[in-house]
Design a binder for this molecule. Structure first.
Ligand SMILES: Nc1ncnc2c1ncn2[C@@H]1O[C@H](COP(=O)(O)OP(=O)(O)O)[C@@H](O)[C@H]1O
Ligand SMILES: [Mg+2]
Length: 257
């Protein structure tokens, strides 16, 4: 399948939490593994969480850059597997913005390795952070099968999601799919209302679930308490919706050729 890139237009609507939740349930929802790429140029929210949970980072994007790694295997060697069966892998990111500036070649390498990952049964989920810094992982926004704009349901978040969707579309090839992911249903607006107001296509939404978000960041396994959380149960629906949309996109591309 796929490279799927998540980003936001404003605030901190939950891009990292949603991307991590999707990666955690990806195998359950799709039967394929997920490589979560922590590509927020402002800095990783996962590295401190992993440090707190005693999970080694595997070197992450900085090691991939330093080694000029070029294959999927090289990238996987610098990723951390969160389960014994490597169903959820994470390529950790940077700890300060200045480190993100020379990473353009890493993002291009990831795009070039997408076919290899595909052959290994791995889909690539990208946390691209907020649009507008100038150091976004543009190759991963450009080449994503689907780009996802994450928004909250508050009026301010929805208001800024409109130019955000336009900006995201502008950064992608003409007609390349863009989807909305609404976090925090149902108040004050439902996902459907948000999508209608923005003339956008919404994925199955993710609820507000502070306890689930907390357990997720502690890297609890996606079985047991975390697996039963509203966050991960919804993330399974979102993952299935996203994977389905990516498959449809690909089938369309094949049909056009
Ligand atoms: N679905 C959710 N339910 C409850 N809290 C959430 C949810 N998603 C994110 N959060 C919380 O919101 C804050 C920002 O989330 P984060 O994922 O880091 O946002 P972003 O990556 O967009 O900056 C964190 O404190 C996180 O725990
Ligand atoms: Mg983030």
């Amino acid at each position: 399948m796929a490279v799927l890139t998540l980003c936001s237009a404003s605030g901190a609507p939950g891009v990292t939490t949603s991307a991590f939740a999707l990666a955690r349930v990806w195998h359950l929802a799709t039967g394929r593994s997920a490589l979560l790429v922590d590509a927020d140029p402002v800095g990783s929210a996962l590295i401190p969480a992993f440090a707190g949970a005693g999970i080694p980072t595997g070197g992450g994007v900085l090691a991939v850059a330093a080694e000029r790694a070029s294959s999927a295997d090289d990238i996987l060697r610098r990723s951390v597997a969160l389960d014994d069966d490597a169903a959820c892998l994470v390529l950790t990111g940077v700890t300060e913005p200045a480190q993100a500036r020379p990473l353009g070649a890493v993002w291009t390498t990831l795009v070039e390795a997408a076919h290899e990952f595909d052959g290994l049964g791995i889909d690539v989920l990208v946390d691209a952070g907020r649009l507008g810094h100038g150091w976004e992982p543009q190759p991963l926004i450009d080449a994503a099968d689907i780009a996802v704009l994450v928004t909250r349901t508050s009026l301010s978040s929805v208001a800024l999601a409109r130019p955000g969707l336009a900006e995201l579309a502008r950064r992608r090839p003409a007609g390349a799919p863009v989807r909305l992911l609404v976090v925090g249903r149902p108040a004050p607006y439902s996902s459907r209302e948000v999508a209608r107001a923005l003339d956008g296509d919404a994925l199955p939404e993710i609820p507000d679930d502070a306890a689930g978000a907390h357990a997720l960041l502690l890297a609890e396994p996606p079985s047991g308490r975390l697996g039963r959380s509203g966050l991960l149960r919804a993330a399974r629906q979102t993952a299935a919706g996203l994977a389905g949309a990516a498959t449809t996109t690909r089938a369309g591309e094949v049909g056009v050729r």
